[in-house]
Design a protein around this ligand. Structure first.
Ligand code: MIG
Length: 842
C-alpha cells in the first residue's frame, strides 16, 4: 500500500473514527440527572443510640454516626435505614464515643458526649425545618453547609447533596482526573472508563475515587468521602464561592466527613477509614522499563544487558500482553518464551525484577483448563437468562470472572501460582474498567454480578470491578508468598485501592500536555490515599521526542513509581533511544533518583503508616503561605517529601533557543540550590533559564537528606555507605528508614528508623540521631555512614558520642576531611552506636 494511503487511513482512524466512536461510547455510558427532586422536609422524630443519631423526616431518614472527634458518617434514605452498612472501601471502626443531641434555635446540635471538647472537634447542626446539615468546628469555624438538604429524585433512585464552600476554597482530590489540581468549575463523572482521549477536560478516566478535599488559604481543610460506588457525579460551579453538588444513583446515600483541621490531618483521617498502602518491596522504587511489548526472550535479554552495559540503573522490566499464548492470562507463548523460569532466573542474577501483565477477559477455549474450570464452577459473569456473557477483547471472544463474588476472588488468586512458580516478581492488572471491544466499551448494564447475597446488575458493580480484581490478586499472591512484600498495580479501581495495589495513570500521550497533567494528577491521587502512582514516562500514545523524554524523566524520577512505557506502533523511547546526548542526561537523572532512594524510602514507609503522599502540593507543607494556593505554582511545582522542592520544565523550548525559561516560587523560609548549594531567601519568585540538562531542585535549609551512591539496582545499596547530606541552616532535621527491602520482617520490628535533629550555635554544631526498631545497623552487610556537611566552617575538633577526633583521623573506615574551596566536611564512620551525637566544635 502506498505510504500516503496508509497515512490517510491512519489519519482518518485516529482523528475522525476514534473520537467519533469514543463520543458515541461516552453517550451510551452517560446518565441523565433527573429534574424533579424531593428533599427531607421537617424533622418528625429523633432517636439516639450510642454513637448513632437517627432523624425521621417527612420524606426520609438521616443517620449520623460518630467515628472519632473528627470523622463522622452520614447516611440517608427514603425508607428506614438498615442497621448494617456494607462498604467496598471503608473498614468498620469501633468507636468509644457516644453522641448527644440538643435542640437549639431551630437546629438540632449533635456533639460527642464528653466533658471537655477541643477547639477542632466536629459538631453537626441539622435544620429542624428542612434537614439541611451544617458541619462546624467547636471553635465556630463553619466547614461545610448544605445549600439544599439531601434529596431524592421523584423517579428512579438518585440521591443528591448540595454544599456551599467558602470563598476561594480549593477543591482537590477526586482521584485520577485530567487538568489542574484544583477542580473548581469542573463536572466530574465517576464511571470507570478507558478513555483513549486525554486532553485537559476529558472525563472520566479509569478510576473512581469520590473524595473531595477542600483547602482554605488560612490553612484549614476538610474532606468528604462519598462512599457510593454506583454511577455518580460531582459538579462544582465556577464562582469564587463554589457550590459542590453530588449526585449518585445509589440509595441509601452514604458519606464520611473529615474535619482536619489541616490537610495532613484530613488525609490521615481518610486513610484511617479507607486504608493505607502496605510497604512495597524496595525495588519498585528503582527505575522500571516497559514497552508494549518486549518479545521474544532475546529482546528482553538485550534490553536488560543494554542497561547494564551502559550503566543506566534499572530494577525492573515489564512484559506486556505479547508474552502470553494467544493473550490467555497465566500462559506463556512457547515460541517467544520457551523457558520463562530460566529467563527470569538469569535476569534475577543481573538484578532485574520481572513484572507481567494480566487481563480479566479470558479466552473462550474448551481446551483450556482455566476456561473449563470457570464455566464448571459458575465463576463467570452471566446474562439474566443464565447464559454466559461474552464479548471481545485481545484474546478474541472472552468470558469475565465475577470478581465481586468471594469464591471467584479465591480462585483467581490461586491462578497466579504458575506465575509465582517461575519467579515473576510483580503483577500488572490491565483492562479492568472492565473494557470490551464494543462501542460502549464496557459490559452492558444487564450483565449480572453476585454481590454478597444477591445478584445485581453491572450498573451497580461496574466501578468496583477493578478494585475486586486487585483485591483477589493481592489475597492470592500474598497467600502464595506470605513473607514477601508483593507488588501489584492496576489501571482501574475504586477508593481504598491502596490496600491492595498501586496504580498508574493509563494511556497518556507523548505530548507536553501529557507531561504537565501528570503532576497534578499524581498529587491528587496521592491525596486520595494512593501513595504509589506512576504516569508512563515519555508518554504512551504517539511518538516521543528527545526533548520530551528528557523533560519527562526530570519530572518522572520524582514520581512515587518511575516507569518508562509506550504503546506498540510508536518509536522506541528507552533512555538510549535518542542518541548519546539525551542518553547521558537521562542517565544522570535516573542516577539522581537512585541517590535519593533512602529519602524516598523513608516517605514510602511514612505513607504506609500515615497515608501521607510522597509528592505533595506546596500548600501541604506551607499551609500559611498564601502564594502556595496560587494555581500558577501548585500546578507546576511540588514538594518531594517534606524537604525537597521540584520545579520541572513542562514546556517545549522555543525553537530558536537552547533553554527554557520558567518562574519559580520559593515558599517562605530559606532554601539551598541543590546543585550550586547557593543559599536563597524564600517568599520570592525567581526566574531562570534551564538548558536541556538542567532541572530546578531546592532543599529546605537545615535538611538532612539520606542518600546512597549510584548503584545499578537497589539490592546493591547494601554494600555501600549511607550518606547523610546536611544542608546549611540553624536547625537541622532529617529522617531515614532501613530494612531488608523485601520481607515482612519489618512488621516484627526488624527495621531501623532514624530521626536526626540538630542545632547550630556560635562555636558548635550538634546533630543527635535517635533510633527506633530492632535492627542495630542500617543493613545487615554494611555499617558505613558518611555525614556530608555542606557550606560549613572548618571545625577544630569533632566528637562522635564521647570520642574526640582531630582532622584526618583514620581508624579503618573512620575519618574526617575538610575542603576549603567547597566548604564541605565529610565524616566517615563505621564505629558508632545509636543514639549517636555528632558535635562539631569551631
Ligand atoms: O488495549 O497491554 O494501558 O499500558 O501497554 C491496550 C497493552 C491494552 C492498555 C494499557 C497499556 C498496555 C496495553 N493495554
Amino acid at each position: 500500500m502506498p505510504g500516503f494511503v496508509q497515512n490517510l487511513k491512519d489519519f482518518i482512524a485516529s482523528k475522525i473514527a476514534l473520537p467519533l466512536f469514543r463520543s458515541i461510547g461516552k453517550l451510551l455510558n452517560t446518565k441523565i440527572i433527573p429534574f424533579r427532586w424531593i428533599t427531607l422536609g421537617g424533622v418528625q422524630k429523633v432517636t439516639t443510640n450510642g454513637d448513632i443519631a437517627i432523624f425521621q423526616f417527612a420524606n426520609g431518614y438521616l443517620e449520623i454516626k460518630v467515628i472519632t472527634e473528627s470523622i463522622w458518617r452520614i447516611r440517608a434514605s427514603k425508607s428506614p435505614l438498615q442497621k448494617d452498612h456494607y462498604s467496598w472501601a471503608a473498614s468498620p471502626i469501633e468507636t468509644p464515643f457516644n453522641l448527644k443531641v440538643n435542640l437549639d434555635l431551630g437546629y438540632y446540635v449533635i456533639k460527642v458526649d464528653k466533658n471537655i471538647s477541643q477547639k477542632n472537634d466536629l459538631l453537626i447542626k441539622i435544620n429542624e425545618n428542612n434537614g439541611a446539615i451544617l458541619f462546624e468546628k467547636m471553635d465556630g469555624e463553619v466547614l461545610s453547609q448544605d445549600i439544599k438538604a439531601i434529596s431524592w429524585s421523584k423517579r428512579k433512585r438518585w440521591a443528591a447533596t448540595h454544599k456551599k464552600a467558602t470563598v476561594n476554597e480549593l477543591q482537590i482530590g477526586f482521584g485520577e482526573r485530567t487538568g489542574s489540581l484544583a477542580k473548581n468549575g469542573r463536572k466530574m463523572i465517576f464511571w470507570n472508563t478507558d478513555p483513549r482521549i486525554y486532553h485537559k477536560t476529558n472525563d472520566p478516566l479509569y478510576q473512581s475515587e469520590p473524595i473531595q478535599i477542600s483547602v482554605r488559604e488560612n490553612g484549614s481543610a476538610y474532606g468528604i468521602f462519598y462512599d457510593n460506588h454506583h454511577y455518580s457525579l460531582i459538579k462544582i460551579d465556577k464562582k469564587k464561592q463554589s457550590k459542590v453538588s453530588y449526585f449518585t444513583e445509589q440509595e441509601p446515600i452514604c458519606y464520611y466527613f473529615f474535619s482536619g483541621p489541616s490537610l495532613k490531618d484530613v488525609i490521615q483521617q481518610l486513610t484511617l477509614i479507607n486504608g493505607r498502602i502496605s510497604l512495597p518491596p524496595r525495588w519498585i522504587l528503582g527505575h522500571q522499563q516497559c514497552r508494549w511489548s518486549y518479545y521474544p526472550e532475546e529482546q528482553v535479554r538485550a534490553i536488560a544487558s543494554t542497561f547494564r552495559d551502559k550503566q543506566i540503573p534499572c530494577d525492573c522490566i515489564h512484559l506486556d500482553i505479547d508474552y502470553m499464548d494467544g493473550y490467555r492470562s497465566f500462559t506463556w507463548n512457547k515460541e517467544r518464551f520457551p523457558n520463562p523460569k530460566k529467563l527470569i532466573d538469569d535476569l534475577h542474577l543481573e538484578g532485574f525484577n520481572i513484572v507481567v501483565n494480566t487481563d480479566p477477559g479470558l479466552k473462550i477455549d474448551t481446551n483450556w483448563n482455566i476456561y473449563n474450570e470457570g464455566v464448571k464452577n459458575n465463576y463467570f459473569c452471566k446474562l439474566p437468562n443464565g447464559k454466559l456473557y461474552t464479548s471481545k477483547v485481545w484474546p478474541g471472544k472472552c468470558v469475565f470472572p465475577d470478581f465481586i463474588k468471594h469464591e471467584v476472588r479465591t480462585w483467581w488468586g490461586s491462578l497466579f501460582n504458575s506465575l509465582v512458580e517461575v519467579g515473576v516478581d510483580g503483577f500488572w492488572l490491565d483492562m479492568n474498567e472492565p473494557v470490551t471491544f464494543t462501542i460502549k466499551g464496557t459490559f452492558p448494564n444487564k450483565v449480572q454480578h453476585h454481590m454478597i447475597d444477591k445478584d445485581v446488575s453491572h450498573r451497580e458493580a461496574h466501578n468496583i470491578y477493578g478494585l475486586n480484581m486487585a483485591r483477589a490478586t493481592r489475597q492470592g499472591i500474598d497467600s502464595l508468598r506470605p513473607n514477601i512484600r508483593n507488588f501489584i498495580f492496576t489501571r482501574s479501581c475504586y477508593a481504598s485501592i491502596q490496600k491492595y495495589a498501586a496504580s498508574w495513570t493509563g494511556d497518556n500521550y507523548s505530548d507536553w500536555i501529557g507531561l504537565q497533567q501528570s503532576l497534578p494528577m499524581i498529587i491528587n491521587m496521592g491525596l486520595c490515599g494512593q501513595s504509589i502512582v506512576a504516569a508512563d514516562i515519555g508518554g504512551f500514545y504517539q511518538n516521543c521526542t528527545p526533548e520530551l523524554l528528557t523533560r519527562w524523566y526530570q519530572l518522572g524520577i520524582f514520581y512515587p513509581m518511575c516507569r518508562n512505557h509506550s504503546s506498540a506502533g510508536t518509536v522506541s523511547q528507552e533512555p538510549w533511544a535518542f542518541g548519546e546526548e539525551i542518553e547521558q542526561i537521562v542517565k544522570k537523572y535516573i542516577e539522581l533518583r537512585y541517590q535519593l532512594t533512602p529519602y524516598l524510602y523513608y516517605y514510602t514507609w511514612e505513607a504506609s503508616r500515615t497515608g501521607l503522599p510522597i509528592m505533595r502540593p506546596l500548600f501541604m507543607e506551607f499551609p500559611n503561605d498564601i502564594e502556595a494556593y496560587n494555581k500558577k505554582w501548585f500546578d507546576t511545582e511540588f514538594m518531594f517529601g517534606e524537604r525537597i522542592l521540584i520545579a520541572p520544565i513542562l514546556n517545549k523550548m522555543p525553537n530558536d533557543n537552547s533553554s527554557a525559561k520558567r518562574e519559580i516560587y520559593l515558599p517562605q523560609g530559606t532554601w539551598i540550590d541543590f546543585w550550586s548549594k547557593e543559599i536563597l531567601k524564600g517568599g520570592t519568585v525567581i526566574e531562570k533559564e534551564f538548558s536541556l540538562d538542567q532541572l530546578a531542585i531546592f532543599v529546605k535549609a537545615g535538611s538532612i537528606i539520606p542518600t546512597n551512591p549510584v548503584v545499578q539496582f537497589l539490592e546493591q545499596t547494601k554494600d555501600h555507605p549511607v550518606i547523610f547530606e546536611i544542608y546549611p541552616g540553624i536547625e537541622f532535621q532529617g529522617k531515614a528508614y532501613f530494612d531488608d527491602g523485601i520481607s515482612k520482617d519489618y512488621l516484627q520490628n526488624n527495621y531501623c528508623s532514624l530521626n536526626l535533629q540538630g542545632i547550630k550555635k556560635s562555636n558548635e554544631l550538634t546533630i543527635d540521631i535517635f533510633k527506633e526498631g530492632k535492627l542495630e545497623e542500617l543493613s545487615t552487610t554494611n555499617k558505613n555512614i558518611h555525614f556530608v556537611f555542606h557550606r560549613v566552617n572548618k571545625p577544630l575538633i569533632i566528637r562522635l558520642n564521647d570520642k574526640k577526633y582531630s582532622e584526618g583521623f583514620d581508624l579503618g573506615n573512620n575519618s574526617w576531611n575538610y575542603d576549603d574551596n567547597t566548604k564541605m566536611l565529610i565524616i566517615k564512620t563505621n564505629n558508632y552506636e545509636f543514639p549517636l551525637s555528632i558535635q562539631l566544635l569551631f
